[in-house]
Design a protein around this ligand. Structure first.
Ligand SMILES: [Zn+2]
Ligand SMILES: [Zn+2]
Length: 383
């Protein structure tokens, strides 16, 4: 292992030991900012950390994003860099993402053979889908206008260093809904004098399942899941009120809008059929991640030029990504990088025995650095 690779491994494990939840990444941010400063980058701290590496005189710029937050999960592994913060764990590999991007900053700072600015974006709170918007609200794009933006996520179970992406939609949206049914409670022995909120709720649950199967195209790949059904009933009391909560996934914004519209129709229609009222809230926490064509082609080109197995048209992922908000503002590409198949590297993201693969650190750093060289004009440096 080279000295550089050893350094990255040490750094990744230090982040791993000290995970912080979304919007609480204070120590992580301070460390990232310090490393970037030591490398000579111009650093801006706000909701996240931004590092600018300017080279030459050109005013073109591209953005590279890593995420820094961890999850409320108790790590069960016994390696010597296990989380020291009880109940918090880097179970999504953001410790590795942060380290790969810092590695790229070091590589490019040592050999800035491009003309323009590489904008290193370290975002907070990816897991709740709030960090990207917080950085955008601070004027990220106005202050540091980037032409394109890129994001990498490790993919457990895929061969180490395999690059996979696709043009168009790659990650789903996630919307949370809550339906409140206002019936009339009463005696369980005399249902006719009330309006049983459970019966109405059950009809709504069943009817909601017809949206995906009967209203959207079979290829839509949408999901409507009712995950909670709460009432104020008792053993001999018919409930007057019921709340249904759940989760909706969509691959396209148009489908998401249709899903919401059909859900509202069903909820108010069924309530009206029973002579009662019902309300629904529908909050989209993550929008769809849509990759632009040219950045996606660039990722495939760079992956192949580095000799990495590269899949340019993988199937869409079922999970959601906060990177979507950057991608919606600027043409971009979100790509997956294989984390390996065995042991903790192959365990699912968000599982208590998952671990980021340190062998991926130099691969990811190289990929980042080459992407900058592909997208910005080249500049000869004096060696
Ligand atoms: Zn995650
Ligand atoms: Zn993640």
């Amino acid at each position: 292992m080279s000295e550089f690779d050893t350094k990255l491994t040490k750094l990744r494990r230090a982040f791993h030991r000290d995970p912080e939840l979304g919007f609480q990444e204070e120590r992580t941010k301070a460390k990232v900012a310090q490393i970037l400063r030591d490398l000579g980058l111009e650093v801006h701290e706000g909701a996240g950390v931004i590092g600018l590496l300017k080279s030459g005189t050109g005013n073109r710029a591209i953005g590279l994003r890593a995420d820094m937050d961890a999850l409320p999960i108790t790590e069960i592994s016994s390696h010597d860099y296990v989380s020291e913060n009880l109940g918090i764990m880097h179970a999504c590999g953001h410790d590795g993402h942060t380290t790969m991007l810092l590695g790229a900053a070091e590589k490019l700072a040592q050999n800035p053979d491009y003309d323009g600015t590489a904008v290193f974006i370290f975002q907070p709170n990816e897991e709740h889908g709030l960090g990207a918007q917080a950085m955008l609200a601070e004027g990220l794009l106005e202050r540091f206008p980037i032409e394109e933006v890129y994001g990498i996520h490790n993919l457990p179970g895929a061969p180490l260093g395999q690059v996979s992406t696709r043009a168009g939609q790659i990650c789903a949206s996630e919307s949370l809904f809550e339906i409140t049914i206002h019936g009339q409670g009463g005696h369980a022995s005399m249902p006719h004098v009330g309006v049983d909120a459970i019966t109405v709720g059950a009809e709504i649950v069943t009817a909601l399942q017809t949206i995906v199967s009967r209203k959207l195209a079979p290829s839509a790949g949408a999901v409507v899941s009712v995950t909670e059904f709460i009432t104020d009933g008792q053993r001999n009391v018919l409930p007057g009120n019921a709340t249904l909560k759940g989760d909706v996934r969509a691959r396209l914004p148009e489908d998401r809008n249709d899903l919401e519209r059909f859900m509202r129709q069903i909820v108010s229609g069924i309530a009206a059929a029973h002579g009662i009222t019902a309300e629904m809230t529908f909050n989209t926490e993550f929008i769809e991640t849509i990759n632009a064509v040219a950045p996606t082609e660039a990722v495939a080109r760079v992956g192949r030029s580095l000799g990495l197995e590269t899949i340019a048209n993988r199937p869409p992922m079922s999970f959601s990504e906060d990177f979507a908000h950057f991608c919606a503002a600027v043409p971009g590409c979100f790509l997956l990088l294989g984390n390996g198949e065995d042991g903790p590297h192959g365990q699912p993201l968000h599982s208590a025995d998952y671990d980021f693969n340190d062998a991926l650190l130099p691969i990811g750093s190289d990929l980042w650095a080459e992407l900058v060289r592909d997208r910005l004009p080249s500049r000869k440096t004096e060696q």
